[in-house]
Design a protein around this ligand. Structure first.
Ligand code: SF4
Ligand code: SF4
Length: 224
């Protein structure tokens, strides 16, 4: 999933400082799963903003909505009526950063603000702890490394490791980070595939992904 976290309340309050009425829009996708921008978080943020503004003697009106997803036009279309029927000063999105951009792309007459910081693609290690597992490099090669990603999970994105800083299974960048190359070695040993690690991999060729500009996937079989 895409993992995000909410911006500090001070930053969001500064965004809405000049506004009297806003629409706060959550997303039922990844940001609900990582407890950053679902219906519950929309309610919490709306209350926090209203309380803070009331304390300032400058109340703000906030309508709440949570869309199935903010990265699909069919759901973004559901904002049309509320935006037409209300005089909102702005829309605040609680989706990953794709959401506010999709809203801005669809509605050119309303200011759109992000309330989350989109952090990485990852998963939950335990309740309340998420970690990065993929950088969306566009050419997955984890099968060479026991199913572990050296691009996202090695601090230096080394394709051949470990580096000289690996010690006791930890990365030299921080004792909180497992050295993924240590994990790769252990896993390949466990699988009886250590010989595979003799292969030297060239450094990542980013020209197959980001260097060509924003990426796009076109599936002719799905286009209408
Ligand atoms: S190699 Fe790593 S960064 Fe690239 S797609 Fe696979 S998991 Fe993602
Ligand atoms: S210690 Fe391990 S994870 Fe850290 S940079 Fe070196 S090889 Fe990568």
């Amino acid at each position: 999933m895409i993992v995000a976290e909410r911006k500090p309340i001070k930053e969001i309050l500064a965004m809405v400082a000049d506004f009297k009425k806003i629409l706060l829009v959550g997303c039922k996708g990844c940001v609900t799963v990582c407890n950053a921008g679902g219906t519950k978080e929309v309610g919490i943020l709306a209350s926090a903003l209203k309380i803070a503004r009331k304390k300032e003697g400058n109340p703000i009106e906030i309508d709440e909505m949570t869309l199935e997803r903010q990265c699909d036009p069919e759901y973004i279309d559901q904002l049309e009526e509320p935006l037409k029927n209300n005089n909102y000063d702005a829309v605040l999105s609680m989706a990953c950063s794709v959401g506010p951009q999709f809203i801005a792309r669809r509605y050119d007459n309303i200011l759109v603000y992000p309330t989350l910081n989109t952090c990485f693609m990852g998963g939950a290690l335990e309740h309340g702890v998420w970690a990065e597992f993929c950088q969306g490099c566009g050419n997955c090669i984890i099968h060479h490394f026991g199913g572990l990603c050296p691009i996202a999970r090695c601090s230096k994105s080394l394709m051949n490791g470990p580096c000289g800083g690996s010690a006791g299974g930890k990365c030299e960048v921080s004792p909180d980070i497992d050295c993924v190359w240590h994990l790769i070695y252990d896993r390949m040993k466990q699988l009886g595939k250590l010989d595979q690690l003799r292969e030297i991999f060239p450094i990542k060729d980013w020209s197959t992904s980001r260097d060509g500009g924003p990426r796009k996937i076109v599936r002719e079989d799905l286009k209408k």
